[in-house]
Design a protein around this ligand. Structure first.
Ligand code: GDG
Length: 460
């Protein structure tokens, strides 16, 4: 086998989650996979510090062998680029929510300016042999800006969220300009075959692109590779987490507090794309239609707030407060609250214990690039007595986790029926459905994902 020296990896994303001295265990799977590769190749992770400041001074920090370089953004930049174009225009549009999408010229201008700031600041730190990996919808034009700096490096882009159908995307002013920017990359990665298909449709129908072998797409003399490369979780770590004493304690605590009831678990950032209102309504439908089974269940919904400066996020939060209040008011008994709705986050090993204590994992996203919660739920189960995953067919994860009970989250009846089926499911069927999903989550983990993407990029 040919052995080639490891190229240095440069990662650029909106936020940097490199290890921090004060929170050694707070990392998610993506951070773990990327920091491992950054450490091995002595690379750098660039992004926004998360803070407002008056200048763009690059601040380097090295911890646990990983170097990160961050800059502050001005209050106006945060408003236009982050809260504006990224989270009020692209996020809703790419999640099929044209009704929530805001079209403001200032947002687009701010987005392009901030991307230019990042490109100008990062470019001098990139060496000719570095492999550059840009992440997500905040940074689509960055590759194009780096090319303007004369960079000939291999540059890849991975989109963590869905790619919308052509008919929706054309509602975005200057949509072609945004997609053209993707042709500055060598490899563009999507979470699922469906999102890749939508991208190919756009490029062939709106840009006169031609499709070649191996995912190659050519537009105006420039050829890129567009691939489906589904992200995984840090499975080994998550399985280990689910087997710690702490996770066992958490599981016992949860089981005791449920006094013999089966728990349905939901874990989501508080975001309208996750279908939380639809989940509550589907669960309510179950309670309504099955008075005799009310005493058997409760729903624990963990939903830490996110993007609290964006108006549509304040609206969904208010809506969920009133919906959970109404359902609890209507159905609660002196010894039973149907929905435990918790607006805070928990450490990963606590989450693992909570997943393991649940009989049902309920994922009702209206659209979701992948959905890692579904994979974490599968990884955390007890192999001898696994719970049942109920999964929205509109997630990227639905292409891989085919043993789940698939639902249409817009249908309260669908959700209610699946809850009933899951509660009654015999152990043999639960194991038979869970085992292939577990194999998939274990084998296609976050390291597999990273290696697959980087291999495609290195071959470019
Ligand atoms: C985007 C895409 C894609 C949640 N609450 C707590 C907590 N979490 C963790 C979960 C999970 C992660 O956050 C959420 O990941 P998801 O994949 O479910 O969703 P997004 O945040 O929307 O992520 C998505 C993902 O990018 C990766 O490409 O799958 O489609 O939208 O890991 O466990 N973690 C802790 N405490 C909490 O309370 N520790």
């Amino acid at each position: 086998m040919e052995c080639h020296p490891l190229s240095r990896l440069i990662v650029i994303s909106n936020r940097v989650s490199a290890p921090k001295p004060d929170q050694p265990a707070a990392q998610g799977g993506l951070a773990v996979a990327l920091t491992a590769a950054l450490r091995e190749s002595e690379g750098i992770w660039f992004g926004w510090s998360g803070h407002a400041g008056e200048d763009h001074k690059l601040d380097f920090e090295t911890h646990a062998g990983v170097t990160s370089g961050t800059i502050d953004l001005t209050a106006q930049e945060i408003d236009e680029y982050y809260n504006g174009y990224a989270n009020s225009t692209l996020w809703p549009l790419f999640h099929y929510r044209l009704d929530l999408t805001e079209f403001e010229r200032d947002y687009q201008g701010g987005y392009e300016r901030v991307n230019r700031v990042f490109g100008d600041i990062v470019a001098p730190h990139i060496m000719p042999d570095d492999v550059v990996w840009v992440h997500d919808y905040h940074m689509i034009p960055l590759g194009w800006i780096l090319r303007q700096h004369g960079m000939k490096n291999r540059i890849g882009f991975f989109l963590h969220i869905p790619w919308p159908p052509t008919r929706l995307l054309v509602a975005l002013p200057d949509h072609k300009r945004l997609v053209e920017a993707l042709f500055a990359y060598d490899v563009v990665g999507f979470q699922s075959a469906e999102w890749l298909e939508s991208f190919r449709h756009y490029v062939t129908h709106e840009m006169g692109g031609t499709l070649g072998e191996n995912g190659r797409i050519t537009v105006g003399g420039r050829t890129i590779r567009a691939i489906a490369c589904p992200i995984g979780i840090d499975s080994k770590d998550f399985i280990a987490n689910a087997n710690t004493d702490h996770a066992r304690d958490v599981k016992m605590r949860v089981l005791e507090s449920g006094v013999g009831r089966q728990m349905i678990i939901g874990v989501d950032r508080l975001d309208y794309s996750k279908g939380l209102a639809e989940r509550f309504l589907g669960y309510e439908r179950f309670l309504q239609k099955n008075p005799d089974r009310r005493a058997l269940v409760y729903l624990l919904q963990i939903a830490p707030p996110s993007r609290t400066d964006v108006e549509s996020y304040q609206a969904i939060r208010n809506h969920l407060d009133s919906l959970s209040g109404r359902i609890n008011g209507q159905y609660a008994d002196i010894d039973w609250t149907p929905i435990r709705y918790v607006n805070r986050g928990y450490p990963r090993d606590t989450l693992a214990g909570v997943y393991r204590a649940a009989r049902i994992g309920l994922v009702t996203s209206l659209r979701d690039g992948m959905n890692l919660v579904a994979k974490e739920f599968v990884a955390a189960q007890d192999p001898r007595d696994p719970g049942v995953l109920i999964l929205s067919r509109f997630t990227g994860a639905a292409e891989q986790l085919t043993g789940a009970l698939m639902i249409n989250p817009y249908s309260a009846d669908d959700i209610a029926e699946a809850i009933g089926t899951a509660l009654a499911m015999p152990r043999e069927e639960r194991i038979a459905r869970w085992q292939p999903m577990f194999d998939n989550v274990r084998d296609h983990d976050v390291t597999w994902w990273r290696e697959r993407f980087i291999a495609a990029l290195e071959a470019a």
